[in-house]
Structures are given as C-alpha cells and as structure tokens.
Design a protein around this ligand. Structure first.
Ligand code: FAD
Length: 485
C-alpha cells in the first residue's frame, strides 16, 4: 500500500511547540501534516512533564494544607493514599487534554502521522510506524519540534527500576522510603515536593552552591528554609561520584564538588558543614540533572540542517534554520526549555512559513518553580544586573505584611521588583510565595508594555489579594510606601 503524502507544511514532533505550529499554520490556510512518534499528541509537557507534575503537585498541596492547618484549629486524620486512584486521576487529566488536542487537529484537517520521522532530504521525511510500515512525506516547508530528553549520566546503573528519571518518577510506581534527588533544579525539587507529601524521606544533592541555580538567592531562601525542615538532607556543592545497585538499595557515593563559588561565600546559611557522607544507601534515586535536545536523532544532515554537537539547532528570529524552507522551535533550539517558549516560537514559525511577517521578539520568558512555596521570576535578575553592570533600584515587599498571605496561613513570601535607576522602568521581578507562578504574569505584561514603577504602583489592585504585593513593591520604589508594619 502506498502511504506517501505530499503537503505544504510538515511539523516534526507533536509537543506544545509542534501542535501549536501545526494548528496555527492550518488556521492560516496551509495544508499541514503533523508527525509524532508516540500514539498521542502533547509531547513531554502534556504526557510526562508540565501537566502530570502539576496534577501531582496539587495533591501535595492538599496534603500539606490539611496537615498544617492542624495548628489553626482544623485537624484532619493522616492521609490515606490510594496510589492507583492517584495515578488514574493524573492520567484522566492528561487524557482529557490529549483528546482535546486530537479534536483540534481533526477540526483543522491537520493530518497526523504516528511514527518516528527522519529527514531523507530537504524536502522529504520518512516516517517509520510501530507496525513496520513507512510513510514518506514530501513537503514545501518543515518545522522541527522534536524537543528534548532527560540527561543521563553514563556510569549510573540505568535499567535498574530503582534509578528513575522524571518520566519514571511521574509514573508513581511506588513510594520509596528513602529517596535521593540528584539535581536541585526545578524538576528535581517539584518531584521532591510530590514524593515528600506522599511519605518519602527526601535527600537532595546539588552541584552548585544553591538550589535552583540561576535564580536570585533572596528568592530561594524562603523555599530553602522550608524544605530544610521537611527534608532529611540538602547537600549543596556536592556531586554524586557513583551509584551501585545492591540487593537492599542503591549505594550512592558523594564527593565535594570542585566548583566552590568564586566568592567563596555561602550566602544560604545552615548547610555549610552539613556535608554529605562518603556514601549512603537509598531505596530509590531520581536523576534530574537537565535535559538534552533531540536534534541529533532526526537525520538533519540529510536535509543540510546544522545541529551542534549537543543536539541544538540554531535559528534566527524567524525560527529559520540555515536551510531556508526548514524552521525549528521549542526545546531543540535552546534554553530555557519551557513549554510557553515552545508555543510562542511555534506560532512565529507557522506565521513566517505561511508568508506572514512575524519574529520572536519577546522581552522575557518567565520561569516558575511550582514548589511550595512557588518561585517565579522574569526579566533581569539581580545576578544578571550585577554581571552586566546595570544600575537599578530594588524593592522587596515582605508578605508578612500582606493581609491575604497571613489569612491563608503563610507569610514567608517576598515580591521583588527591579527598576531602572532614574527612569523607574520595570526591568525584572521575582516572587516567592503561594501562587507566585500566577502572580508573575502582571510583571511580564509590565515589562512588555514598557511600564515603570508608577504605572504598577498607581494601578489599583484588588484587596486583599497577593497581587497587591507587586503594587506595594512598586510603591516602595516610587516612595509612597515607606513603612511596612
Ligand atoms: P516536546 O514536548 O519534547 O515534544 C517533542 C515531541 O516530538 C514529542 O512528543 C516527541 O515524541 C516527538 N518526537 C521527537 N522526535 C521525533 C521524531 N524523530 N519523529 C516523530 N516525533 C518525534 N515547562 C513549562 O513551561 N512549565 C512546566 O511546568 C514544566 N514542567 C516540566 C516538568 C517536567 C517533569 C519536565 C520533564 C518538563 C517540564 N517542562 C515544563 C518543560 C516542557 O515540558 C518542555 O519545555 C516542552 O515540552 C517543550 O516542548 P517542545 O514542543 O519543544 O518538545
């Protein structure tokens, strides 16, 4: 049977970047084929990333809130965890969205081809389906959206089910008694939050001198202080030198990391001296040390598309690769590896491919750690301002002075605003606290609109809300709030 297809635009990869590009191109009147190797659309984000992790994090939040409110007069019993039901609830959330995407593809007459796609030239992709059949797709233009996969450390005993990556961890096969998280970045700490709430004893090991490297330390501190009490260990500047599979667990050996910070100063107190042991046995280890782009696996050379040795594909502001009719978007084009970057780039690529004028010109891509408390930041960080010698005014409004924060039983948050010295123009913001991920959106809009501290400070925010804290931080900069009580 001849399955061969001919199309105006082919999109390789059905993650948030790919399906967004496919839908946009179809909406602009283009004939579109979308190729996805798994039998569902949605990519890492929907199937093994953003969405299932947030579903499980919500469970963690419910458990913690119920526990902590015991101090304030409402006591619940110890939670009973039915893992099968938790898993099927998570799967239900994902399936609803998978089905929604399949419907959106159908409505737009996007042809979805399931199978592993590889370029065979700058105008053809060959797709190998699970049943052994192949389809050749001939195209005028292509959008590469093949995403990324978890970084593996070659010497670790992969294949042992007790050694997990984020995909395994989200499956929630069991709740290990003693869990080590290798990597104190966003993904590692989100999974730590989930497993801690479900009853695991958590240890975190991080190479750098702080958790969530790259984020300003003042924003990290409230999270660090809270999890320090909840978790068994947080080992900074420490690396895992080996993991050996043993009958009763995974034996992990630790080393001091060579990379002591240039300053030699540990600005987060309390962990210096609390060094990791030489080795310790864990029931399970989750490795969350970053992600690698999938650019080296798609026959890009046969299309003439340049891929660097790590697997990233370089693109211009219109998402075009070095080959004129081939675009690339999402995790495979570089950091930050975030779904909202991928979707935004997907729209740009589809519009350019459809002959419209478009370019990626976002001023900032916000980052959010959905830990408890959440941390969100956008625009310039203080670390960057200092590195780049930018003069700035800063205000940090403490949530201990927010009525709303106190009335939800939490007060450790901070809302920080960074403005250009002299003009007051918003350059950056960072928020740590409940719902920080929702709250950062206002700051992103302020930056995109070129707002200054007065614009934000004189905007009436509803009372009592956490959103007021951004207004208050701006008022601290313009001088209309001087006293915090
Ligand atoms: P992907 O989502 O990786 O999609 C690529 C698709 O291409 C996949 O479906 C893959 O199967 C397919 N594919 C690859 N190669 C081929 C081929 N040769 N042929 C056919 N198909 C192929 N980001 C956020 O913004 N917010 C979050 O809260 C968040 N949480 C995360 C939590 C976890 C645990 C993880 C792992 C990631 C998280 N991310 C989050 C990151 C986010 O998932 C990615 O940035 C996003 O999925 C990237 O989208 P993409 O379209 O570039 O690629």
């Amino acid at each position: 049977k001849n399955n061969d297809l001919k199309t105006e635009i082919v999109v390789l990869g059905g993650g948030p970047g790919g399906y967004t590009a496919a839908f946009r191109a179809a909406d602009l009147g283009k004939q579109v084929v979308l190729i996805e190797r798994y039998p569902v659309i949605g990519g890492v984000c929907l199937n093994v990333g953003c969405i299932p992790s947030k579903a499980l994090l919500h469970i963690a939040q419910v458990i913690h809130e119920a526990e902590e409110f015991g101090n304030n007069g409402i006591t619940f019993g110890k939670p009973k965890i039915d893992l099968d039901k938790v898993r099927s609830w998570k799967a239900g959330v994902t399936k609803t969205l998978n089905d929604g995407l399949a419907g959106l593809a159908k409505q737009r007459k996007v042809t979805v081809v399931y199978g592993l796609g590889k370029f065979t030239s700058a105008n053809t992709i060959s797709v190998a389906a699970n049943d052994g059949s192949t389809t050749s797709v001939q195209f005028d233009q292509a959008i590469i959206a093949v995403g990324s996969h978890p970084t593996k450390i070659p010497t670790f005993p992969y294949g042992d089910p007790r050694l997990m990556d984020s995909t395994d961890a989200l499956e929630l096969k069991q709740i290990p008694k003693k869990l080590l998280i290798v990597g104190g970045g966003i993904i590692g700490l989100e999974m730590a939050t989930v497993y801690h709430a479900l009853g695991s004893e958590i240890s975190v090991v991080e190479l750098m001198d702080q958790i969530i490297p790259g984020c300003d330390k003042d924003l990290i501190r409230p999270l660090h202080n809270r999890i320090k009490k909840q978790y068994k260990n947080i080992w900074l500047e420490t690396k895992v030198s080996s993991i050996q599979a043993q009958a009763k667990g995974l034996k992990v050996s630790f080393d001091r990391a060579d990379s002591i910070p240039a300053s030699g100063i540990h600005t987060i107190p309390g962990d210096k001296g609390k060094d990791a042991p030489e080795s310790e046995v864990f029931d399970s280890v989750l490795v969350a040390v970053g992600r690698q782009p999938n650019g080296l696996t798609i026959g890009a050379d046969l299309a003439g598309v340049n891929v660097d040795e790590r697997g990233f594909i370089t693109v211009d502001k219109q998402q075009r690769t070095n080959i004129k009719n081939i675009f690339a978007i999402g995790d495979v084009v570089g950091n930050p590896m975030l779904a909202h970057k991928a979707t935004h780039e997907g729209k740009v690529a589809a519009e350019v491919a459809a002959g419209h004028k478009a370019a990626f010109d976002a001023l900032t891509i916000p980052s959010v750690a959905y830990t408890d408390p959440e941390i969100a930041w956008m625009g310039l960080t203080e670390i960057q301002a200092k590195q780049q010698g930018i003069e700035y005014d800063k205000a940090a409004f403490p949530w201990a002075a927010s009525g709303r924060s106190l009335s939800i039983g939490r007060k450790e948050g901070i809302t920080k605003l960074i403005c250009e010295k002299g003009t007051g123009r918003v350059l950056g913001a960072g928020i740590v606290g409940t719902n920080a991920g929702e709250l950062i959106a206002e700051a992103v809009l302020a930056l995109e609109m070129g707002a200054d501290a007065e614009d934000v400070g004189l905007t009436i925010h509803p009372h009592p809300t956490l959103s007021e804290t951004l207004g208050f931080a701006a008022e601290m900069i313009i001088g209309t709030i001087t006293d915090i009580y």
